[in-house]
Design a protein around this ligand. Structure first.
Ligand SMILES: [Zn+2]
Ligand SMILES: [Zn+2]
Length: 267
């Protein structure tokens, strides 16, 4: 069973209105033993007039405070969802060294300046071209950025494609996806299994089941599971299904992190 949700947003994220206390209450009610708060840090990114940047010190202090208050009910880790871009490497490194974070999700949110959440990213290209461009940007990020623990929602671009997953399959992008997975494994990093896509109507988590299976085949062991909840009601969404998928793919353990070091818990 999965007792940890390692991808949760609070009002420190520009796109979430729920304060950390509400998030923690919900996680306790859902019977989780551990959560990691992972608010957005995307340097210089403004969307709908919201800047996706956090004051590291205030954020860290607040999460530590609620972690201490709730320590008899649930373990709360301080994480961040860091938007990776090659030219932001120095800013990322200095942000992460400013506080003692437990866990960092490295995510691709901006691809050549565009966020696939918005239709402009898909303008003038087929869905397949948009997917390939997304995977190529992950490879470029991996060449430069190594300051993360797991790569977030690897094929998240599919959520927002005009035809969603109609023109998507692991096989179509096998070469580049294998390349990405091998690189992540050789860096001793992991991937996250993100159940948010199931709320977007996709029949699979991000990444899709074939990618999870392939990651295992290639020797990948480090996985975290996250709901990507922006609303406390979505915490641990579809974790039973994710548990079954992971066991089918041959996994026996998932990870929690303390001060950027993984520990393994039984599924
Ligand atoms: Zn994300
Ligand atoms: Zn997120």
């Amino acid at each position: 069973m999965i007792y940890s949700d390692y991808h949760i947003h609070t009002s420190f994220s520009g796109d979430c209105v729920f304060i950390p206390e509400q998030v923690v209450d919900s996680a306790i009610k859902k019977g989780l033993k551990e959560i990691c708060i992972t608010d957005h840090q995307d340097f210089g990114f403004i969307a709908d007039d919201i800047l996706y940047e956090i004051d590291a010190h205030n954020y860290f202090k607040k999460i530590q405070e609620i972690s201490f208050k709730s320590k008899n009910q649930i373990i709360i880790k301080t994480g961040i969802e860091m938007g990776l871009e090659p030219d932001k490497k120095d800013k990322i490194d200095s942000f992460l060294s400013s506080e003692d974070f437990d866990f960092v999700i490295g995510s691709s949110h901006l691809i050549n300046g565009f966020d696939p959440y918005y239709p402009d990213y898909f303008k003038g290209k087929s869905d397949e071209e948009a997917f390939l461009e997304y995977f190529e940007s992950i490879l470029r990020n991996l060449d430069v950025c190594n300051n993360f623990d797991v790569y977030g929602h690897l094929d998240y671009v599919v959520r927002y494609a005009p035809n969603q997953h109609k023109f998507y399959s692991y096989n179509k992008f096998k070469d580049i996806i294998d390349n990405i997975l091998s690189k992540i494994i050789s860096m001793n990093k992991g991937i996250e299994i993100n159940s948010g896509s199931l709320r977007y109507g996709l029949p699979f988590p991000n990444p899709c089941v074939e990618i999870i299976k392939r990651y295992k085949e290639l020797g990948g062991e480090i996985i975290t599971i996250g709901s990507d909840a922006h609303n406390p009601k979505d915490i641990s969404h579809s974790f039973n299904l994710i548990n079954d998928i992971l066991i089918d793919c041959g996994f026996k353990y998932y990870c929690n992190f303390t001060k950027r070091t993984p520990s393994f818990s039984k599924l």
